[in-house]
Design a protein around this ligand. Structure first.
Ligand SMILES: [Zn+2]
Length: 153
């Protein structure tokens, strides 16, 4: 019996113990809220058997990704690659795209890197993906762009 349990253990580095410790896999559902949207996401992680610290799965070290993906699924908001694709289709740099949407370039960069997007901003980004809406935005705000920032089309 003990032997069977032991096969489930794998030594991992525990930051709280500052040492390699035996850890066991743990799995649970957690309730969460981001930008006012409530959702549940599934956590697969490990637990240090010495101190009880939760340790990230070394195969998936980004602890936030599963939470953010669950938020995107629950809220119907864009995935990072989709934000980037919309912007690239517009022919605009991150700075120029942010300028015509009235957002900061750092915000557009964060969205393309995977930070969750509130529904209000998601709506704006989706609108910018519609060619006629993008043309309207460029008519209204194109004068804010520097000459080199205008789309080539
Ligand atoms: Zn520990």
């Amino acid at each position: 019996m003990l032997k069977a349990e032991a096969t489930n253990l794998s030594p991992m580095f525990c930051p709280r113990c500052s040492a390699l410790r035996d850890a066991k896999p743990i799995s649970y559902d957690e309730d969460c809220e981001i930008h006012g949207v409530e959702f549940t996401f599934h956590v697969d992680a490990f637990e240090c058997l010495t101190c009880g610290e939760e340790l990230a799965d070394p195969a998936d070290p980004d602890l936030f990704r599963p939470m953010y993906d669950a938020y995107r699924a629950a809220s119907g908001t864009l995935y990072p690659d989709e934000v980037k694709a919309i912007r690239q289709r517009s022919g605009l740099s991150q700075v120029a795209f942010a300028t015509i949407l009235g957002m900061s370039p750092a915000t557009i960069n964060r969205y393309e890197m995977g930070v969750p997007i509130a529904i209000k901003e998601d709506n704006l980004l989706r609108m910018a993906g519609i060619p006629s809406a993008l043309r309207m935005l460029l008519r209204q705000r194109g004068h804010l762009l520097k000459p080199g920032q205008r789309p080539k089309a």
